[in-house]
Design a protein around this ligand. Structure first.
Ligand code: AMP
Length: 394
């Protein structure tokens, strides 16, 4: 039996959110809807989820000792990672001591490291992936490129959102790709993965939720990436019944091996009826922001329902929808949005402004959402509405 007490009383429930970005903000809102106290962590003040949390703490979540101290002081019922860059070894220890990590500490550890997730998916579970080799030194890297062949994709073993990633199309780019990976990796250089380039027809995120009643899937989400970062997503991505069935089978297998309750963003490349597993996040996925308009339970409410042990008997899909990242460029903390009156006058549109406190270079500051008569209509509408929004970075 799930029991939720009154917040701030001994039987009240508390969640510790590790990462307070735009995805964490929506998770915090969903937790609040169930009367769960939220303590939001991030390395900088006024991060989006902190705006809607009960309290916030500024800390580096890569600092295992600091993280442990906060857990022991706060005594949360749920520890919810929102980002990859966390001291996952500390999470594993904390879980062993009885703390509840969503979905599991092992899932957060395995998915933050490309070596671990490839070993699980491709080697242990035999799931189809791009051909790959790992390299710890430049010498091993050159050998790996020879083995895989050109074109290939080079990525730091630990990185996300395209950081340090390059596509090598010809021999002359091999040395630069190594340098790029050394500079862009989270741990400040080191090991890389060399992947065979997959000439896919399209790529999808299959949101997969593991909950008390089993495993459920959202409609597949198509997306367009630039420099490894998501620009636009749409749902449903049209695909053959055969490919969808394969993707669901693989997603169930990999998430089943990771275990726990929560939502997973499982990424695939699709070519014809071939389905190639790429990677996954054991948490809401940025391309899944489209579910803020397309489903009666968004990926955030599904995550919270699942982690609370509550049922998910159905995921009602409202129809073709799209999302568009609203990006800003510049260097300032004086950021002003305008154009909302005109953009939101387009029927079937909605938006979120994340409230990030500053821009340094290039940053995702909001998202435009739209429904349409079909996927193309939803995509055109979302682009049109997004183009009207002006983000003034003083
Ligand atoms: P990742 O950070 O691994 O999700 O990669 C970001 C994006 O780069 C993907 O969504 C793809 O668009 C592209 N990409 C990554 N790996 C490959 C690959 N092996 N072949 C082709 N495109 C890739």
């Amino acid at each position: 039996m799930v029991e939720i007490g009154t917040p701030f009383t001994p039987r009240g429930r508390k969640a510790l959110l590790l990462g307070s970005g735009e995805l964490g903000k929506e998770v915090a809102i969903e937790l609040q809807r169930y009367g769960i106290e939220v303590v939001a962590l991030d390395k900088y003040p006024n991060a989006p989820a902190m705006h809607v949390a009960n309290r916030s703490i500024v800390v580096s979540m890569l600092d295992g000792e600091a993280l442990r101290k906060i857990v022991e002081e706060e005594r949360p019922d749920y520890i919810i990672p929102e980002i990859e860059a966390i001291a996952t070894k500390t999470l594993i220890e904390l879980e062993k001591e009885g703390w509840n990590v969503v979905p599991t500490a092992r899932a957060t550890f395995i998915t933050m490291n490309r070596r671990e997730i490839r070993n699980l998916a491709a080697v242990e579970l035999g799931v189809p992936t791009s051909p790959f080799e790992f390299a710890d030194t430049e010498e091993e890297y050159l050998e790996a490129v020879k083995q895989i062949g050109i074109p290939c994709v080079v990525k730091p073993v630990m990185s996300s959102s395209g950081h340090g990633q390059s596509l090598v199309r010809e021999q002359s780019q091999v040395a630069d790709a190594w340098r790029e990976a050394q500079e862009g990796g989270r741990a400040g250089g080191g090991a890389v993965i060399v992947e065979g380039f997959v000439d896919f027809d399209y790529e999808i995120t299959l949101l997969t939720v593991r909950h008390a009643g089993g495993t459920s899937f959202c409609e597949p989400i198509g997306h367009y990436q630039k420099n490894g970062d998501y620009q636009r997503s749409w749902q449903p991505q049209p695909m053959s019944a055969k490919a969808l069935e394969k993707a669901r089978e693989i997603a169930a297998k990999v998430t089943g091996a990771l275990g726990g309750y929560g939502i997973f963003g499982v990424e695939f490349f699709i070519k014809g009826d071939d389905v190639i597993f790429s990677e996954l996040s054991p948490r809401p996925h940025d391309t899944g922001m489209v579910t803020l308009i397309s489903q009666h339970l968004s990926e955030f409410s599904l995550h919270v329902r699942a982690l609370l042990g509550l049922p998910i008997p159905e995921i009602k899909f409202y129809g073709p929808s799209a999302s568009r990242a609203l990006l800003a460029e510049g260097n300032s903390s004086d950021i002003v949005f305008s154009g909302m009156e005109e953009a939101l006058s387009i029927p079937g549109t909605d938006m979120r402004i994340f409230g990030k406190p500053e821009v340094k270079g290039h940053r995702r500051m909001g998202v435009m959402l739209a429904t349409g008569s079909d996927v193309q209509d939803a995509c055109e509408k979302v682009e049109k509405a997004a183009a009207i929004i002006n983000i003034d970075v003083k």
